[in-house]
Ligand binder design. Structure first.
Ligand code: DAH
Length: 343
Protein backbone atom coordinates (compact mmCIF):
# COMPACT_ATOMS: atom_id res chain seq x y z
CA UNK A 1 0.00 0.00 0.00
CA UNK A 2 2.83 2.36 0.91
CA UNK A 3 4.23 1.78 -2.54
CA UNK A 4 0.95 2.70 -4.19
CA UNK A 5 0.74 5.84 -2.08
CA UNK A 6 4.29 6.85 -3.03
CA UNK A 7 3.50 6.31 -6.69
CA UNK A 8 0.49 8.60 -6.44
CA UNK A 9 2.44 11.18 -4.46
CA UNK A 10 5.09 11.24 -7.19
CA UNK A 11 2.36 11.65 -9.79
CA UNK A 12 0.84 14.53 -7.77
CA UNK A 13 4.24 16.18 -7.38
CA UNK A 14 4.81 16.12 -11.11
CA UNK A 15 1.39 17.59 -11.73
CA UNK A 16 1.94 20.32 -9.15
CA UNK A 17 5.35 21.18 -10.59
CA UNK A 18 3.85 21.47 -14.04
CA UNK A 19 1.34 24.15 -12.99
CA UNK A 20 2.39 27.57 -14.23
CA UNK A 21 -0.58 29.81 -13.42
CA UNK A 22 -2.30 30.40 -10.08
CA UNK A 23 -5.77 29.94 -11.54
CA UNK A 24 -4.85 26.38 -12.65
CA UNK A 25 -4.42 25.34 -9.01
CA UNK A 26 -8.17 25.09 -8.41
CA UNK A 27 -8.60 22.61 -11.28
CA UNK A 28 -5.69 20.60 -9.98
CA UNK A 29 -7.29 20.39 -6.54
CA UNK A 30 -10.39 18.90 -8.14
CA UNK A 31 -8.37 16.54 -10.26
CA UNK A 32 -6.29 15.17 -7.39
CA UNK A 33 -8.52 15.57 -4.35
CA UNK A 34 -12.02 15.73 -5.84
CA UNK A 35 -14.59 12.92 -5.90
CA UNK A 36 -12.86 10.95 -8.62
CA UNK A 37 -9.39 12.20 -7.85
CA UNK A 38 -6.31 9.95 -7.51
CA UNK A 39 -6.13 10.37 -3.75
CA UNK A 40 -9.82 9.73 -3.26
CA UNK A 41 -9.44 6.56 -5.32
CA UNK A 42 -6.91 5.26 -2.80
CA UNK A 43 -9.46 5.51 -0.03
CA UNK A 44 -11.58 2.94 -1.94
CA UNK A 45 -8.95 0.28 -1.21
CA UNK A 46 -9.66 0.65 2.50
CA UNK A 47 -12.33 -2.07 2.26
CA UNK A 48 -9.66 -4.58 1.22
CA UNK A 49 -7.28 -3.66 4.04
CA UNK A 50 -7.36 -6.16 6.91
CA UNK A 51 -8.95 -4.82 10.04
CA UNK A 52 -5.82 -4.77 12.15
CA UNK A 53 -4.04 -2.58 9.57
CA UNK A 54 -6.96 -0.27 8.86
CA UNK A 55 -5.90 2.36 11.40
CA UNK A 56 -2.29 2.58 10.16
CA UNK A 57 -3.29 2.62 6.49
CA UNK A 58 -6.02 5.18 7.16
CA UNK A 59 -3.45 7.44 8.77
CA UNK A 60 -1.07 6.99 5.82
CA UNK A 61 -3.83 7.95 3.39
CA UNK A 62 -4.91 10.99 5.41
CA UNK A 63 -1.30 12.16 5.68
CA UNK A 64 -0.90 11.77 1.94
CA UNK A 65 -4.09 13.76 1.31
CA UNK A 66 -2.99 16.55 3.67
CA UNK A 67 0.41 16.63 2.03
CA UNK A 68 -1.01 17.02 -1.48
CA UNK A 69 -3.41 19.69 -0.24
CA UNK A 70 -0.68 21.76 1.36
CA UNK A 71 1.60 21.34 -1.66
CA UNK A 72 -1.09 22.72 -3.95
CA UNK A 73 -1.86 25.58 -1.55
CA UNK A 74 1.81 26.47 -1.26
CA UNK A 75 2.18 26.44 -5.02
CA UNK A 76 -0.90 28.64 -5.39
CA UNK A 77 0.42 31.20 -2.89
CA UNK A 78 3.78 31.18 -4.62
CA UNK A 79 2.20 31.76 -8.04
CA UNK A 80 -0.14 34.52 -6.82
CA UNK A 81 2.79 36.41 -5.35
CA UNK A 82 4.92 35.88 -8.45
CA UNK A 83 2.11 37.13 -10.68
CA UNK A 84 1.65 40.22 -8.51
CA UNK A 85 5.37 40.91 -8.61
CA UNK A 86 5.31 40.62 -12.37
CA UNK A 87 2.39 43.05 -12.61
CA UNK A 88 4.20 45.60 -10.47
CA UNK A 89 7.32 45.38 -12.60
CA UNK A 90 5.51 45.38 -15.90
CA UNK A 91 3.74 48.05 -17.91
CA UNK A 92 0.83 48.04 -15.48
CA UNK A 93 3.02 49.71 -12.93
CA UNK A 94 1.42 52.84 -11.44
CA UNK A 95 3.80 55.56 -10.40
CA UNK A 96 2.12 57.12 -7.39
CA UNK A 97 4.58 60.01 -7.40
CA UNK A 98 3.34 61.25 -10.77
CA UNK A 99 1.18 64.40 -10.47
CA UNK A 100 -2.45 63.60 -11.21
CA UNK A 101 -4.65 65.92 -13.22
CA UNK A 102 -7.01 67.11 -10.49
CA UNK A 103 -9.50 69.86 -11.15
CA UNK A 104 -9.81 72.25 -8.25
CA UNK A 105 -12.82 74.52 -8.37
CA UNK A 106 -12.93 78.05 -7.09
CA UNK A 107 -15.47 80.27 -5.41
CA UNK A 108 -17.61 82.50 -7.58
CA UNK A 109 -16.23 86.09 -7.66
CA UNK A 110 -19.46 87.31 -6.08
CA UNK A 111 -19.04 84.88 -3.18
CA UNK A 112 -15.44 86.01 -2.74
CA UNK A 113 -16.30 89.72 -2.53
CA UNK A 114 -19.38 89.00 -0.39
CA UNK A 115 -17.22 87.11 2.11
CA UNK A 116 -14.65 89.90 2.17
CA UNK A 117 -17.36 92.49 2.90
CA UNK A 118 -18.95 90.24 5.52
CA UNK A 119 -15.61 89.81 7.27
CA UNK A 120 -15.14 93.57 7.54
CA UNK A 121 -18.63 94.07 8.96
CA UNK A 122 -18.23 91.14 11.35
CA UNK A 123 -15.02 92.76 12.64
CA UNK A 124 -17.12 95.86 13.42
CA UNK A 125 -19.65 93.91 15.47
CA UNK A 126 -22.28 93.17 12.81
CA UNK A 127 -24.19 89.90 12.55
CA UNK A 128 -24.72 88.36 9.11
CA UNK A 129 -28.29 87.26 8.44
CA UNK A 130 -30.02 85.47 5.62
CA UNK A 131 -33.32 86.32 3.96
CA UNK A 132 -36.02 84.55 1.95
CA UNK A 133 -36.12 84.74 -1.82
CA UNK A 134 -39.90 84.42 -1.91
CA UNK A 135 -41.40 87.06 0.32
CA UNK A 136 -44.77 88.25 1.51
CA UNK A 137 -46.15 91.50 0.14
CA UNK A 138 -46.03 92.75 3.70
CA UNK A 139 -42.28 92.22 4.17
CA UNK A 140 -41.29 93.36 0.70
CA UNK A 141 -43.43 96.50 0.61
CA UNK A 142 -45.73 97.36 3.49
CA UNK A 143 -43.23 96.82 6.33
CA UNK A 144 -40.77 99.14 4.60
CA UNK A 145 -43.34 101.90 4.24
CA UNK A 146 -44.52 101.15 0.70
CA UNK A 147 -48.27 100.65 1.15
CA UNK A 148 -50.61 99.34 -1.53
CA UNK A 149 -50.98 101.71 -4.51
CA UNK A 150 -47.92 103.71 -3.42
CA UNK A 151 -46.20 105.01 -6.59
CA UNK A 152 -42.85 103.78 -5.24
CA UNK A 153 -43.95 100.24 -6.09
CA UNK A 154 -43.51 101.12 -9.76
CA UNK A 155 -39.78 101.63 -9.18
CA UNK A 156 -39.41 97.90 -8.64
CA UNK A 157 -40.98 95.96 -11.49
CA UNK A 158 -42.07 92.99 -9.46
CA UNK A 159 -42.53 89.28 -10.17
CA UNK A 160 -45.81 88.46 -8.43
CA UNK A 161 -46.69 84.86 -7.65
CA UNK A 162 -50.20 83.44 -7.98
CA UNK A 163 -50.47 83.18 -4.20
CA UNK A 164 -49.90 86.93 -3.76
CA UNK A 165 -46.28 86.57 -2.68
CA UNK A 166 -43.38 88.13 -4.56
CA UNK A 167 -39.85 87.26 -5.61
CA UNK A 168 -37.95 89.56 -3.27
CA UNK A 169 -37.30 92.82 -5.15
CA UNK A 170 -34.77 94.11 -2.65
CA UNK A 171 -32.96 92.95 0.48
CA UNK A 172 -34.88 95.63 2.41
CA UNK A 173 -37.61 92.96 2.48
CA UNK A 174 -35.70 91.31 5.35
CA UNK A 175 -35.50 94.49 7.46
CA UNK A 176 -38.70 93.69 9.32
CA UNK A 177 -37.51 90.23 10.33
CA UNK A 178 -34.21 91.64 11.58
CA UNK A 179 -35.86 94.44 13.56
CA UNK A 180 -38.28 91.96 15.13
CA UNK A 181 -35.72 89.26 15.90
CA UNK A 182 -33.09 91.45 17.53
CA UNK A 183 -33.48 94.00 20.29
CA UNK A 184 -31.60 97.29 19.87
CA UNK A 185 -28.71 97.86 19.72
CA UNK A 186 -28.75 96.14 16.33
CA UNK A 187 -25.96 95.91 13.78
CA UNK A 188 -26.82 93.49 11.02
CA UNK A 189 -26.04 92.91 7.38
CA UNK A 190 -28.05 90.60 5.14
CA UNK A 191 -26.87 89.81 1.62
CA UNK A 192 -29.32 88.24 -0.77
CA UNK A 193 -30.53 87.48 -4.27
CA UNK A 194 -33.19 89.84 -5.63
CA UNK A 195 -35.43 89.72 -8.69
CA UNK A 196 -37.00 92.37 -10.89
CA UNK A 197 -38.61 92.31 -14.29
CA UNK A 198 -35.78 94.31 -15.87
CA UNK A 199 -34.86 94.83 -19.49
CA UNK A 200 -31.49 93.12 -19.44
CA UNK A 201 -28.35 94.90 -20.56
CA UNK A 202 -24.73 95.29 -19.40
CA UNK A 203 -25.79 96.95 -16.16
CA UNK A 204 -29.25 95.44 -15.54
CA UNK A 205 -30.14 91.86 -14.68
CA UNK A 206 -33.44 90.30 -13.63
CA UNK A 207 -31.54 88.44 -10.91
CA UNK A 208 -28.99 90.37 -8.89
CA UNK A 209 -27.48 90.60 -5.43
CA UNK A 210 -27.69 93.30 -2.81
CA UNK A 211 -26.12 93.53 0.61
CA UNK A 212 -28.32 95.40 3.05
CA UNK A 213 -27.37 96.70 6.46
CA UNK A 214 -29.18 98.19 9.44
CA UNK A 215 -27.87 99.92 12.54
CA UNK A 216 -30.38 100.68 15.29
CA UNK A 217 -29.50 102.19 18.64
CA UNK A 218 -30.08 105.29 20.73
CA UNK A 219 -28.91 108.43 18.93
CA UNK A 220 -27.77 106.78 15.71
CA UNK A 221 -26.92 109.43 13.13
CA UNK A 222 -25.80 109.72 9.52
CA UNK A 223 -22.26 110.01 10.95
CA UNK A 224 -22.43 106.33 12.00
CA UNK A 225 -23.48 105.32 8.52
CA UNK A 226 -20.62 107.25 6.92
CA UNK A 227 -18.11 105.79 9.37
CA UNK A 228 -19.07 102.16 8.79
CA UNK A 229 -19.27 102.52 5.02
CA UNK A 230 -15.90 104.30 4.83
CA UNK A 231 -14.29 101.59 6.95
CA UNK A 232 -15.73 98.82 4.81
CA UNK A 233 -14.79 100.45 1.50
CA UNK A 234 -11.26 101.28 2.66
CA UNK A 235 -10.68 97.64 3.62
CA UNK A 236 -12.13 96.31 0.36
CA UNK A 237 -10.23 98.76 -1.89
CA UNK A 238 -7.16 98.51 0.38
CA UNK A 239 -6.74 102.29 0.69
CA UNK A 240 -8.39 105.19 2.51
CA UNK A 241 -11.42 106.20 0.50
CA UNK A 242 -13.59 109.29 0.59
CA UNK A 243 -17.36 109.17 0.39
CA UNK A 244 -19.98 111.82 -0.20
CA UNK A 245 -23.75 111.92 0.24
CA UNK A 246 -26.26 113.33 -2.21
CA UNK A 247 -29.96 113.63 -1.45
CA UNK A 248 -32.04 110.68 -2.59
CA UNK A 249 -35.53 109.34 -2.17
CA UNK A 250 -36.66 106.05 -0.71
CA UNK A 251 -39.93 105.52 1.17
CA UNK A 252 -38.14 103.52 3.89
CA UNK A 253 -35.61 106.19 4.83
CA UNK A 254 -36.00 109.79 5.89
CA UNK A 255 -33.78 111.54 4.96
CA UNK A 256 -32.52 109.38 2.10
CA UNK A 257 -29.15 109.60 0.39
CA UNK A 258 -27.08 108.28 -2.45
CA UNK A 259 -23.59 107.53 -1.24
CA UNK A 260 -20.79 107.98 -3.74
CA UNK A 261 -17.18 106.89 -3.32
CA UNK A 262 -14.28 108.91 -4.71
CA UNK A 263 -12.98 106.71 -7.51
CA UNK A 264 -10.41 104.45 -5.83
CA UNK A 265 -8.81 103.68 -9.20
CA UNK A 266 -7.84 107.24 -10.17
CA UNK A 267 -8.26 109.00 -6.79
CA UNK A 268 -10.93 111.20 -8.28
CA UNK A 269 -8.89 112.44 -11.25
CA UNK A 270 -11.20 110.77 -13.75
CA UNK A 271 -10.80 107.41 -15.50
CA UNK A 272 -12.71 104.80 -17.47
CA UNK A 273 -14.21 103.21 -14.35
CA UNK A 274 -15.71 106.46 -13.00
CA UNK A 275 -16.50 107.61 -16.54
CA UNK A 276 -14.23 110.59 -15.91
CA UNK A 277 -16.54 111.87 -13.16
CA UNK A 278 -14.12 111.15 -10.34
CA UNK A 279 -16.93 109.69 -8.19
CA UNK A 280 -18.77 106.39 -8.34
CA UNK A 281 -22.39 106.05 -7.27
CA UNK A 282 -22.36 103.13 -4.89
CA UNK A 283 -24.93 102.80 -2.20
CA UNK A 284 -28.40 104.14 -1.48
CA UNK A 285 -28.92 104.72 2.22
CA UNK A 286 -30.59 106.86 4.85
CA UNK A 287 -32.08 107.16 8.30
CA UNK A 288 -34.69 104.45 8.86
CA UNK A 289 -38.21 105.87 8.55
CA UNK A 290 -40.14 105.87 11.88
CA UNK A 291 -42.90 103.77 10.24
CA UNK A 292 -40.37 101.04 9.42
CA UNK A 293 -39.11 100.99 13.01
CA UNK A 294 -42.72 100.85 14.26
CA UNK A 295 -43.52 97.92 11.93
CA UNK A 296 -40.46 96.19 13.39
CA UNK A 297 -41.74 96.67 16.94
CA UNK A 298 -39.21 99.39 17.80
CA UNK A 299 -40.23 102.72 19.35
CA UNK A 300 -38.94 105.53 17.10
CA UNK A 301 -39.12 107.93 20.06
CA UNK A 302 -36.48 105.88 21.84
CA UNK A 303 -34.36 104.57 19.01
CA UNK A 304 -33.11 105.71 15.65
CA UNK A 305 -31.45 103.78 12.90
CA UNK A 306 -29.76 103.96 9.55
CA UNK A 307 -29.84 101.53 6.66
CA UNK A 308 -28.07 100.95 3.39
CA UNK A 309 -28.65 98.78 0.36
CA UNK A 310 -25.29 98.13 -1.25
CA UNK A 311 -25.40 96.78 -4.79
CA UNK A 312 -23.27 93.69 -4.25
CA UNK A 313 -22.96 92.93 -7.96
CA UNK A 314 -21.80 96.48 -8.56
CA UNK A 315 -19.15 96.12 -5.86
CA UNK A 316 -17.98 92.85 -7.45
CA UNK A 317 -17.79 94.46 -10.89
CA UNK A 318 -15.89 97.45 -9.54
CA UNK A 319 -13.46 95.42 -7.46
CA UNK A 320 -12.65 92.99 -10.24
CA UNK A 321 -12.99 95.20 -13.31
CA UNK A 322 -15.93 93.26 -14.78
CA UNK A 323 -17.90 95.45 -17.19
CA UNK A 324 -20.99 93.38 -17.88
CA UNK A 325 -23.31 92.28 -15.04
CA UNK A 326 -24.51 89.37 -17.21
CA UNK A 327 -21.09 87.77 -16.82
CA UNK A 328 -21.80 87.22 -13.14
CA UNK A 329 -24.75 84.93 -13.80
CA UNK A 330 -23.37 83.37 -16.96
CA UNK A 331 -21.48 80.41 -15.50
CA UNK A 332 -18.79 81.16 -18.08
CA UNK A 333 -15.80 79.26 -16.70
CA UNK A 334 -13.29 81.11 -18.87
CA UNK A 335 -14.26 84.30 -17.10
CA UNK A 336 -14.86 82.89 -13.64
CA UNK A 337 -11.54 81.03 -13.50
CA UNK A 338 -9.64 84.31 -13.71
CA UNK A 339 -10.68 85.26 -10.20
CA UNK A 340 -9.05 82.94 -7.72
CA UNK A 341 -8.82 85.49 -4.95
CA UNK A 342 -8.04 85.05 -1.28
CA UNK A 343 -11.05 84.79 0.93
N1 DAH B 1 -34.03 98.78 -1.31
C1 DAH B 1 -33.51 99.84 -2.14
C2 DAH B 1 -33.52 99.38 -3.60
O1 DAH B 1 -33.39 98.23 -3.84
C3 DAH B 1 -32.12 100.20 -1.75
C4 DAH B 1 -32.03 100.88 -0.40
C5 DAH B 1 -32.15 102.22 -0.33
C6 DAH B 1 -31.86 100.14 0.75
C7 DAH B 1 -32.07 102.88 0.88
C8 DAH B 1 -31.79 100.79 1.98
C9 DAH B 1 -31.89 102.16 2.03
O2 DAH B 1 -31.61 100.13 3.12
O3 DAH B 1 -31.79 102.77 3.22
O4 DAH B 1 -33.60 100.18 -4.45
Amino acid sequence: MQERINEILTYCNEKINAVKKSNECKDLKVELLGKSGKITELFRFMKEVPNDQKQAVGKMLNDAKTKVESLINAKETFLVEAELEEKINSAEKIDITLPTESVVGSLHPRTIIQKQIEDVFISMGFVVEDGNEVETEFNNFIAVNVPENHPARDMQDTFWLDNGQVLKTHTSASQNKILRNYNPPIRAIFPGRCFRNEDIDASHENTFFQLEGVIVDKDVSVGNLIYFMKEMLSKIFKKDVEVRLRPGFFPFTEPSFEMDVKCPFCDGKGCKTCKNGGWIELCPCGMIHPNVLRHGGIDPEKYSGCAFGLGLDRMVMLSLGINDIRDLNSGNLKLLKQFKLDV
